[in-house]
Design a protein around this ligand. Structure first.
Ligand SMILES: [Zn+2]
Length: 320
């Protein structure tokens, strides 16, 4: 599975997601010597057999029928409809499966080392039953289920979903599961507006069009602290979508680049303060400048000592 990810000498082959150049995030971070070569890992992609082994259903994504149609619907990329299946497989689904493997691998690393970041993943509209909203694989749900089933001592998880959209995929997956605490902060007027899924949210923060830094950061600070005080989880899954950025064509919010950097800092500081391992995924973000902002945020976390070598040295007691 992803946990046996191969070491790479370069970050140049990170998979890409629509709108956000994941390759350049890895390249910038590596250039600044934040991560030594051995700490940039390329995950294995997930497969039907590997998920079935975990008792997780992804059957519909591996259907041999109407591939292009199904994938075009799920990913909401219309040209996919006209692509031959082998190209859909190679150009669309393989990168998504690699990112999904990355989230699972990062979950395991976060438990071992205190933190891990998947430069990708965060497909929060996809549930184990159904894809949607650019999302073909339920990486967050898969990672949590993997940790619950395979990693000793992990029995409770907190999802902090700060992408501009409601995370209805993981919400539907964990609707009845009290082991998973979900906090979700999103623009109330945009996709998906999934009223049924909202019932799974334990801490719901609905934002208006054009919400700006001061209000947003105050709400994030208050509710992250509240969520972590409410339940003592074994892992935080932080869905750090950057589609909250001012000018994003889909998010409808007005957060500045500095606001995004501060938001990530608030979440990592809270995780550190409460002694809970954190797994971050990058989720949505649909502007060219997004990659640079994510890289700057990672550099900021590193300069503050919130991510870095000292926490990756295999001394979990220091983290606690
Ligand atoms: Zn989003």
């Amino acid at each position: 599975m992803g946990a046996r990810g191969k070491r790479r000498s370069s970050a140049a082959q990170w998979p890409q997601e629509a709108g956000c150049d994941l390759t350049s995030i890895g390249a910038i971070v590596q250039e600044k010597s934040v991560s030594e070569t051995e700490r940039l890992l390329l995950p294995s992609s997930v497969s039907f057999s590997s998920t079935a082994e975990m008792g997780l259903s992804l059957k519909q994504h591996f259907s041999p029928f109407q591939w292009s149609f199904v994938v075009a619907t799920i990913t909401e990329i219309p040209p996919v409809l006209f692509m031959p299946n082998f190209l859909v497989q190679r150009k669309v689904l393989k990168p998504l499966r690699t990112q999904t493997g990355g989230t699972i691998m990062a979950g395991k690393l976060a438990i071992e080392r205190g933190w891990a970041i998947n430069i990708g993943g965060g497909f929060h509209h996809c549930s184990s039953e159904k894809g949607g909203g650019f999302c073909a694989y339920a990486d967050i749900s898969l990672a949590i289920k993997f940790l619950f089933e395979r990693i000793e001592g992990v029995s409770k998880a907190t999802i902090i979903d700060l992408d501009a959209h409601q995370g209805n995929g993981h919400e539907r997956d964990f609707m009845e599961d009290r082991r998973v605490y979900i906090m979700d902060v999103y623009n109330r007027y945009i996709y998906p507006g999934d009223g049924f899924a909202k019932r799974a949210i334990r801490r719901k923060v609905e934002l208006d069009w054009g919400t700006e830094d001061a209000e947003y950061l105050q709400k994030v600070r208050t509710h992250v602290e509240g969520a972590l005080n409410e339940v003592k989880s074994d892992i935080i899954i932080y869905n750090a979508g950057t589609d909250i950025l001012d000018g994003d064509p889909l998010g409808g919010l007005a957060i500045s680049p500095q606001g995004i950097i501060e938001r990530d800092e608030i979440v990592f500081r809270a995780a550190r303060k409460h002694g809970i391992p954190i797994l971050m995924v990058t989720s949505g973000g649909y502007q060219k400048r997004t990659a640079r902002i994510i890289a700057d945020s990672l550099l900021n976390l590193h300069s503050l000592g919130l991510i870095g070598k000292e926490l990756a040295a295999g001394e979990p007691e220091r983290w606690k």
